[in-house]
Design a protein around this ligand. Structure first.
Ligand code: NDP
Length: 315
């Protein structure tokens, strides 16, 4: 039979936003319960070194940072659980959330910190070759492409980071960029441009993939729709997507407001959604910055907002 329990503060998600919310809510004695999701630690566990989080002059391994945040949250009394929230009823307080085991949680406040997931181009071949040469995580799968030829799609900071990482393993890395320039920051642009193993294919789109047993190449088009359009095949062993992310807000869209991309809207300068006692933090509500330090900051704000809300109710 399903268990039902009550909490003053339920945190959903375990990236820098979720863990920081748990640290703050724990220290405020809210005895929060945090559901850590399928990918405990979030996107930073798929990156290599985090170089831009203040306090780490030499950078810090993403996994290590998440383990330490987790430890810190537990030290202040947060209860951390594996597993996911699969259903949310935010129509009336206390809110009712259901876990993937079928257990129910009544929560006085909810902090949504579910993050974002990688986007795909939407080609049938991405599904066909998923796990057979198609990946959205270079640091997870790059190991399989030692001394091989790979392509990274995208021209932002993520694509540059993935290309640089893959260049340490692969013999050659192509970047497939649809615009005539990279969107990435200057420092990342410089690093890819100076890397001898990386070749940037500007104004290029992917039409499909081919291969007998896994990816053996990509069908590309240069300057699609222009007078000098050219279609050609590029032999590659791996195809990595780095074209941005989609916020994981589907579960909550019937109750909170989201923008046209699905990012949860909050009532700035707080992290409050339009549902009283329900707050959002991190990438799920941040179409603009999507940085670990910003996620951690909004996690802290959400917990402080939750504490204030509960104080107002006298709970
Ligand atoms: P971005 O949205 O910045 O870049 C996405 C890239 O993918 C763009 O080049 C975009 O092209 C391209 N793209 C999107 N859709 C398609 C498509 N259908 N076909 C082909 N190309 C496509 O996402 P990122 O994940 O790179 O970065 C997100 C945020 O995180 C940014 O603010 C970034 O600065 C930050 N970040 C910072 C890092 C750091 O500081 N170390 C590391 C990683 C990310 P177009 O330009 O034409 O739109």
């Amino acid at each position: 039979m399903a268990n039902r329990e009550y909490t003053r503060c339920l945190i959903i998600g375990s990236g820098p936003a979720g863990y920081t919310a748990a640290i703050y809510a724990g220290r405020a004695n809210l005895q929060p319960i945090e559901y850590c999701g399928m990918q405990m630690g979030g996107q930073l566990t798929q990156t290599t070194t985090v170089e831009n989080f203040p306090g780490y002059p030499q950078g810090v391994d993403g996994n290590q940072m998440m383990m330490e945040l987790r430890e810190q949250a537990e030290r202040f009394g947060a209860t951390l659980r594996d597993g996911e929230i699969v259903k949310a009823d935010l129509s009336k307080a206390p809110y009712l959330l259901t876990t993937d085991r079928g257990d129910e949680i009544e929560a006085e406040t909810v902090i949504i910190a579910t993050g974002a997931t990688a986007k795909y181009l939407g080609l049938d071949d991405e599904k066909k070759y998923n796990g057979q040469g198609v990946s959205a995580c270079a640091t997870c799968d790059g190991f399989f492409y030692r001394k091989k030829v790979v392509a990274v799609v995208g021209g932002g900071d993520t694509a540059c980071e993935e290309a640089i990482y893959l260049a340490q393993l692969a013999s050659k890395v192509y970047m497939i960029v649809r615009k005539p320039y990279l969107r990435a920051s200057d420092v990342m642009k410089k690093r890819v441009e100076e890397n001898e193993k990386i070749e940037i294919l500007y104004e290029t789109n992917t039409l499909g993939l081919y291969g007998e047993n896994g990816v053996e190449g990509a069908h590309l088009v240069y300057r699609k729709g222009e007078a000098d359009e050219r279609k050609y095949d590029l032999p590659i062993d791996g195809f990595f997507l780095a074209i941005g992310h989609k916020p994981q807000s589907d579960l909550f869209r019937d109750f909170v407001d989201v923008d046209e991309q699905g990012y949860i809207k909050v009532d700035s300068p707080t992290q409050a959604t339009k549902v009283p006692g329900v707050f959002a933090a991190g990438d799920v509500c941040d179409p603009r910055y999507r940085q670990a330090i910003v996620a951690a900051g909004t996690g802290a704000k959400a917990a402080l907002d939750a504490e204030k809300y509960l104080n107002g109710l006298g709970k």
